[in-house]
Design a protein around this ligand. Structure first.
Ligand SMILES: [Zn+2]
Length: 289
C-alpha cells in the first residue's frame, strides 16, 4: 500500500491535525543512505516531519527546507519538501551510532545532540524566504518541533514522529502526526488531547499494528467530532537533474570550472539526497566557460 497523509479538522474548526503513514518513504531513505539504527530513526523522523510541514504550504511552487543541527555525531540533517507530497532527507554522517536506552528504545538524542537549532526555510516565491529558528530542546525531534511551533509561531502543537527499526536495520513502520490548536481554544481541550496521546501507544507501534492514518486520527482525537478534509499520497522523491547540476557548476564561475578540467579532466557530482552521480566530461564543462 502506498503511503499517504490526511488533513483533519474538528467540528468547531479550532483543532487541526495531519496524520501520516510514511513507512515506504522511510524505507526508501534507508535504501539510499543505509544509516545506523538511531540515525535511521532520526532521519526517518525528520523526513516524516518534513512531509507534515510540506502539506501546510499553499502553492505547488512553494518549498520548505528544514535544517537540524544539534551538535551530535550525525552532524547536520537537511530535509526538503513541498505540498505535492514529495520529500527527501540527508545527513552529514548517517553512520552515527549510539547505545540504546535501557528500555531498548533507540537513542535518537544521542546522535542528534541538543546543542543547536532547528531552522525552517519556507520559500513561498516571495523576494525573501521566510526563516524560522528555534533551539533543539530534546534531540528526539518530535518535541523539538512542538517547541518550534510554540516559540516561533505561537501555536500550541502536539507532534509525534516515530520510526520502528528492526534488528536487521530494515524499517518496520514509520509515521507521525501534528495536532495544532487554533486561537480561541480552551485549556481543557489541550488537556483532553494530551491525555489521549499519553494513553495511546507510540505512533510507530500504532502503525505497526496496522492502523491507518484515519484510524489513528479518530483514536487520538476521540473526544472530538472530526472531518477528513484531504488525503494525499506521499513519496520520497529527489528532484535533482543533469540540468540543475550543470547550472550549479556554471554558478561556480569560469576559474573554478577551468581548474576542474585541468585537475580532474571533468567533474563528478554526487547528489546527497538520492546518491545519483552526475559525470561531466571536459567538452561539456568547456561549453560552460
Ligand atoms: Zn538527487
Amino acid at each position: 500500500m502506498k503511503d499517504y497523509l490526511i488533513r483533519v479538522v474538528d467540528s468547531s474548526k479550532k483543532i487541526r491535525g495531519f496524520f501520516i503513514n510514511s513507512t515506504q518513504a522511510v524505507r526508501e531513505m534507508e535504501r539510499i543512505h543505509s544509516p545506523a539504527a538511531p540515525s535511521s530513526a532520526a532521519m526517518g523522523r525528520l523526513l516524516t516531519q518534513s512531509f507534515l510541514m510540506g502539506a501546510m504550504l499553499n502553492n505547488d511552487t512553494d518549498s520548505l527546507t528544514i535544517k537540524m543541527d544539534g551538535g551530535g555525531p550525525i552532524g547536520t540533517m537537511i530535509a526538503v519538501s513541498n505540498n505535492k507530497g514529495e520529500a527527501k532527507v540527508y545527513a552529514s554522517n548517517p553512520m552515527a551510532d549510539s547505545d540504546s536506552y535501557p528500555n531498548g528504545k533507540l537513542n535518537v538524542k544521542g546522535v542528534v545532540g541538543t546543542e543547536g537549532n532547528i531552522t525552517v526555510i519556507s520559500d513561498l516565491g516571495l523576494k525573501e524566504p521566510y526563516i524560522g529558528v528555534s533551539p533543539i530542546i530534546s534531540g528526539e525531534i518530535g518535541e523539538d518541533f512542538a517547541y518550534y511551533y510554540m516559540s516561533s509561531e505561537q501555536i500550541p502543537s502536539a507532534v509525534a514522529l516515530g520510526v520502528l527499526v528492526d534488528i536487521d536495520l530494515s524499517i518496520r513502520a514509520a509515521g507521525g502526526y501534528l495536532i495544532q490548536l487554533l486561537p480561541g481554544v480552551d485549556e481543557s481541550t489541550l488537556e483532553k488531547i494530551e491525555e489521549s496521546i499519553k494513553a495511546a501507544d507510540s505512533i510507530s507501534s500504532l502503525i505497526d499494528k496496522g492502523m491507518s492514518p484515519e484510524e489513528i486520527a479518530k483514536f487520538v482525537l476521540k473526544d472530538f467530532e472530526i472531518e477528513i478534509l484531504d488525503k494525499k499520497e506521499i513519496i520520497y522523491k529527489c528532484s535533482c537533474s543533469r540540468e540543475n547540476v550543470l547550472r550549479m557548476i556554471k554558478s561556480l564561475g569560469p576559474d573554478e570550472i577551468k581548474s576542474m578540467i585541468e585537475e580532474d579532466g571533468g567533474a563528478e557530482v554526487l547528489c546527497h539526497f538520492c546518491n545519483m552521480a552526475y559525470i561531466f566530461g571536459e567538452e561539456e564543462l568547456n561549453k560552460l566557460i
